[in-house]
Each structure stands twice: as C-alpha cells, then as structure tokens.
Design a protein around this ligand. Structure first.
Ligand SMILES: O=C(O)CCC(=O)C(=O)O
Ligand SMILES: [Fe+2]
Length: 299
C-alpha cells in the first residue's frame, strides 16, 4: 500500500505546468489552499501546547547551532528547530502528503523528505530588532548537503501580509551567480551583520546585471509560499497587533545526501543533523534517517 496518495480534490491543488515553469524562473511560488481552516486551527493548537511545554519526545542531544526559544529568552522573535521531531501534533500537519507532492512538482523530484522544521513567532512589537530577518538564502546553511534542489515551504497560521512582516522574496535571485560570500554565510542570519547582508544583496544583483525586486508574499490562511534554496529572502518588523506565527518547513529531494564541504580554515561544514542522525554504511551522516528526516512524498 502506498501511503503517498492524493485525492482527486488534492490533485487539483498541485502546481500547474505553468506554475512549475514560474518557480524555475522566479524561485518562489504561492500555493493554493493546501490546509483547510480546521487543519490550520489544529496545527495552531498543537503549537500552543508546544509553547506550553508539551513534547512528544525530546532531542537526544542539543546540536551546536540549535535554535530553541524558551520563555527565559523573553519577548524576542522565537525560533524552534526540529518541531516535527519533538511534537507529533505539529508533525501531523507538516507531513501531509499534499505539501510533499507540491514540493516534488516544484523541485522536479520523485521523493521529498523533511530537512528541518523551524517554528517561528514574531511578537507584535514594531521596534523589536530581532523580528527583522535579514536577506539570506537557505542553501548557505546547507553546505554539507549535496543537493541544489532543496526548497522551503513558509507556512503561516493566519492571513499574512506586510503589516505582519511576511516573508519577502528577491525575484529570480536563485539564478544569480554569487559573489562576495565567505564562511560566515554558513552561520544563521541571527548571527550575521544586517547591513553587510543588505549590501551583499545589492552587490550580487549588480554583478548579475540586474536590480533587486522584492516581492512580499501575501499569504491567505491555509496557503503557503515556497522558495528555492538559493532564492534570497528576508522579512520586516511585525507592525500589527497580533503575533506573526509560522513554520518554515525546509525540504530535501530524495537524492540529497551529506557531502564533505571544506571551509577556508580547513574545517568541514556541518549541519545540526550530523550530531543526531544515524550513519550511512560508509560512515557519513544519513540525511535520509527517517527518525529526523521523514519522507513527505514518494511518487
Ligand atoms: O520568518 C521569515 O520571514 C523568514 C523565514 C525564512 O528564512 C525561511 O523560511 O527560510
Ligand atoms: Fe530562510
């Protein structure tokens, strides 16, 4: 029995051939309504329980770059990694085959697995500096991944627009040749200098003979936006009166695997998985370990 099947109604929600071409050209895609309102409400309830301290299991160890907000951190932007692992309620939503099937179409891959899931909360404080997400692309954190087809689904739990500080894409930037990057790029954006990143974006656009076109994703509840792993994106402050709540679901195609990626100091790039996942027969971190990187789709 194949658990990765879609209903007739779900098939109608897949990206069309034009949508797949659009994603290849622009590096982003706004989906149809992939979650019903009640599915989003169930996810929100699971997240409320997570913030209240409920866990289905806990990570066996805390890898070095783990994002893990706890109440002592206060009213800053919250990031919590591995929520698909620690909360079965959250995993139930994120492992919906339809999300994987949409990603598989966009990445033109036969299999899609979870790479990471990060729960995000921007408190409604217009001046809160931690709410601003500087320009970056996700592949920078994934140097130890062999694939260039990885992608991210940004899943808000409510209508999400510029007032809330929605995710904003730099159109077509996944096709840019990159200049001026260094090892600091493998660090999370929270550890990097914002002005430097803003400037780097302009420098890269100019190098590629183009301008920076910023597209805020206006995402209705139940919809989600997808971006290619080399698409520059960021987001602004939350100027509204309600929190901006979302999950970034980072996805890998079936072919992705650990690769050795030497940094300039001779050390190898690593990802937090390398401290958690099982090993392949040749002793490398297995990015297909179903415990941490479960499949979301197989065609
Ligand atoms: O929270 C945001 O606006 C950006 C999230 C992000 O960087 C991502 O989804 O890859
Ligand atoms: Fe990102």
């Amino acid at each position: 029995m194949n658990e990765f099947t879609l209903t007739e109604q779900e098939r109608a929600l897949l990206p069309s051939d034009d949508d797949v071409r659009f994603f290849a050209e622009h590096g982003w895609y706004l989906s149809k309504k992939l979650f019903s309102d009640s599915e989003v409400d169930e996810l929100t309830a699971a997240v409320d329980r997570y913030y209240a301290g409920e866990r289905s299991r806990r990570l066996p160890t805390r890898p070095p770059r783990l994002a893990y907000w706890t109440p002592e951190h206060g009213n800053v932007q919250r990031h919590n990694d591995y929520v698909h692992y620690e909360s079965d309620g959250i995993a139930k939503a994120l492992l919906k085959p339809l999300i994987g099937a949409v990603a598989a179409r966009l990445a033109q891959a036969a299999e899609i697995r979870v790479f990471q899931s990060t729960l995000i909360y921007k408190p409604p404080i217009a001046e809160e500096p931690s709410n601003v997400v500087p320009w970056h692309f996700d592949k920078h954190y994934w140097s130890s991944s062999s694939s260039d087809r990885m992608l991210t689904a940004f899943i808000p739990f409510h209508d999400c627009d510029e007032e809330l500080g929605t995710i904003t894409m730099v159109d077509g930037s996944h096709l840019w040749e990159e200049v001026g990057s260094d090892d600091s790029a493998t660090k999370h954006f929270a550890e990097r200098d914002r002005d430097h990143l803003e400037n780097l974006l302009e420098v890269n656009a100019a190098h590629n003979g183009t301008r920076v076109t910023k597209i805020p994703m206006i995402i209705p509840k139940g919809h989600m936006s997808f971006h290619h792993c080399r698409t520059y994106h960021g987001s602004g402050p939350n100027r509204s009166t309600r929190p901006r709540q979302a999950i970034s679901l980072h996805l890998q195609d079936g072919d992705n695997a650990y690769r050795e990626f030497p940094l300039s100091d001779g050390d190898l790039a690593f990802y937090n998985h390398d401290f958690l996942v099982r090993r392949t027969p040749d002793g490398k971190p297995d990015y297909a370990d179903p415990e941490f990187c479960p499949p979301v789709w197989r065609s």
